[in-house]
Structure formats: structure tokens, C-alpha cells
Design a protein around this ligand. Structure first.
Ligand SMILES: O=C(O)CCC(=O)C(=O)O
Ligand SMILES: [Fe+2]
Length: 319
């Protein structure tokens, strides 16, 4: 049975050497075998609950017309709204650039609630960068430096999915991966989000209370040359009798960071699988600008002909 692993954030920094080593090993396995995990003891329960309540109040206390004020007008808009309801996507969505500058206007009633969550989550991001670097066999500061996380580009997405009376499930959000280092996700009700296991099964993400879902993003896959793979996920509105709210935050490198497979993950039998590009360029490859993004992992993949010639050379050298 595929079961998403649970990582206790506090144990990753335990003073007990054995306990710490065991939980780092668990984290490394979660990243390599699942590309995602549930995180406990990361951000305080009060703060996570506050963020969800803030988002829920925002959607309750405003109407669609008010929210549509944030319909994108130009590429410099740092907060933007859209509504989609077609075969490929059914959701109302607000994207806010939250780091390095927090762009949520203070008159937006969710500002304080999600601000506190994002502040906590940024600390967790730096902690996970340390722990994941260690699992890769590098010093703690490796990912933080490689991705220049002090200026990391983070975008929070507030999602509202409508109830669905169809028993066969309409698509909330089609199968995709997310750009960035990782995505953190909280939701008000379970059911909807699914991740594709490495064995090819869709697993429903049932986030226990006081827990945050963490999924690896495209740019950690690129940096590690495919060792830690970006998680493939989708949202299905299967018999969803109530609306569902989620907040997915893409935690990314700084926009000017050139992300390419690191030399430590390349050898004769593992030629570089992706080409390098700045984070901004890779985000723009598949969108109008760095916020209207879709994954560009496929475009960043080296052509098959290049990989075949590397493998031929490798086998030739082995003879
Ligand atoms: O709402 C969800 O559960 C997932 C959202 C998501 O995958 C995204 O915004 O990229
Ligand atoms: Fe996503």
C-alpha cells in the first residue's frame, strides 16, 4: 500500500544524534521514493488554523465580483485573481507574491492570517533546505546557497473549488507538477488533491490536523538531476458535496538563480538530464510572466538524442 510518509520537523534538528540521523534518513527516503510527505511540528497549529479560517472568511465575506478586482491587468500585478470552469480546470484562484516582498494588501482580510503562516513557513523552508541538503550528502547550507533562498521567489495560491455533484469526478486541476524548490499545502477539507505514486497509483492526500503537505518541486528535481523528483498531482472533484479551500505556496529560488543539474549528481551513467536556465526564464517559458506559470520541466529536459549519445559513450568507455 502506498502511504504518504510523515516527517516530524522537530526531530530533524533533535539533539539526540541517533534520533536526528533516523529522521533524516526517513526524510531522504520520502523525497526519493514519494516526492512528498506530511510535515508535523513545523508551523504552530494555531497559525495553520488561523490561515485556513482567514481564507475561509475571505471567501465567505466577499463576493466574486469584489474578488475579481484582482483580475490581472498587467504583468506587474503582484496579486491576481481568476475563475476557470471548463473540462480541464474548475476553481477560483488568487495568486499573491509573498517573498522576498509580501504583496498582500493589508486591507485584504486574509493578509494577517496568511502573513503569520507564511512567516512561519519561511522558517520551515530554511530548515527543510538544511535537512534536505544533509540527506543529499551536502553541508547544511547547500540548497539555501544554490537557490539563494534569502531572496527566494514565493507565490501563495488561494484556491476555492466548488462542490461537485458528479459521482465520476470533474477535474479541479489537471495532472501537473509545480515549479520551485517545494510546495507547501494546507486545506480545509480532505478529498480532492491526489498525488501519483512512483508505482503509478493515485493517492488521495488526507492531511491530518496540525499537518502541512510538502511536495517536491521541479527545480529540486533539476538541481539533483532527477534524484529527488517533482511530485505529480491533480485535483479531482469527486462527489465533493462541499466547497473546498486550499492554499498552495510555491517556494522557489530567487528569480536570477541559474538552476542546472549540480556536478555532484552527474557522472558517466547519469548525464545531465536538464538544461540550465534562470528561475525567471524557466517560469516564463510556459506562461505570460513569472506568476502565470505552468511547469516547464518537459521543455527543460535534454533531448533524447543527447542522452542516448551519452549512454553510448559510457558503454563504449566500459568496453
Ligand atoms: O488545491 C490543491 O489541492 C492543489 C493546488 C495546486 O496543485 C496548485 O495550485 O498548483
Ligand atoms: Fe500544483
Amino acid at each position: 500500500m502506498d502511504e504518504i510518509p510523515t516527517i516530524d520537523y522537530s526531530l530533524l534538528f533533535s539533539k539526540d544524534h541517533n534520533e536526528r540521523a533516523k529522521s533524516l534518513e526517513h526524510l531522504g527516503k520520502a523525497c526519493q521514493d514519494f516526492g512528498c510527505f506530511y510535515l508535523i511540528n513545523g508551523v504552530e497549529e494555531r497559525v495553520v488554523e488561523g490561515a485556513l479560517k482567514g481564507i475561509s472568511d475571505y471567501f465567505e465575506l466577499t463576493n466574486q465580483e469584489e474578488r475579481s478586482e484582482y483580475l490581472k491587468k498587467n504583468s506587474m500585478d503582484r496579486i491576481r485573481w481568476y475563475l476557470r470552469s471548463d473540462a480541464g480546470e474548475n476553481r477560483e484562484n488568487i495568486k499573491i507574491v509573498t517573498h522576498p516582498e509580501y504583496h498582500c494588501p493589508s486591507n485584504l482580510i486574509v493578509a494577517n492570517a496568511i502573513g503569520e503562516y507564511l512567516k512561519g513557513m519561511h522558517e520551515v523552508e530554511l530548515g527543510l533546505a538544511k535537512a534536505i541538503s544533509t540527506t543529499l550528502g551536502y553541508e547544511e547550507t547547500y540548497i539555501e546557497k544554490e537557490f539563494k533562498l534569502e531572496a527566494g521567489f514565493d507565490v501563495a495560491t488561494l484556491n476555492l473549488y466548488p462542490p461537485s455533484l458528479q459521482s465520476k469526478g470533474s477535474t479541479g486541476l489537471a495532472e501537473h507538477t509545480d515549479p520551485g524548490f517545494f510546495v507547501s499545502l494546507i486545506q480545509d477539507v480532505n478529498g480532492g488533491l491526489q498525488v501519483l505514486s512512483h508505482q503509478g497509483n493515485w493517492i488521495t492526500v488526507n492531511i491530518p490536523r496540525n499537518t502541512i503537505f510538502i511536495g517536491i518541486g521541479d527545480h529540486l528535481e533539476i538541481l539533483t538531476n532527477g534524484k529527488y523528483k517533482s511530485h505529480i498531482h491533480q485535483v479531482i472533484l469527486d462527489n465533493n458535496e462541499v466547497k473546498r479551500i486550499s492554499m498552495a505556496t510555491l517556494h522557489g529560488p530567487s528569480l536570477d538563480t541559474l538552476v542546472a543539474p549540480a556536478p555532484g549528481f552527474i557522472n558517466d551513467s547519469h548525464p545531465p538530464t536538464y538544461r540550465g536556465m534562470t528561475y525567471k526564464e524557466s517560469l516564463e517559458l510556459n506562461g505570460f510572466d513569472e506568476i502565470d506559470v505552468q511547469s516547464s520541466l518537459i521543455q527543460l529536459q535534454m533531448p533524447l538524442s543527447f542522452l542516448i549519445s551519452c549512454m553510448v559513450l559510457y558503454f563504449y568507455n566500459c568496453l
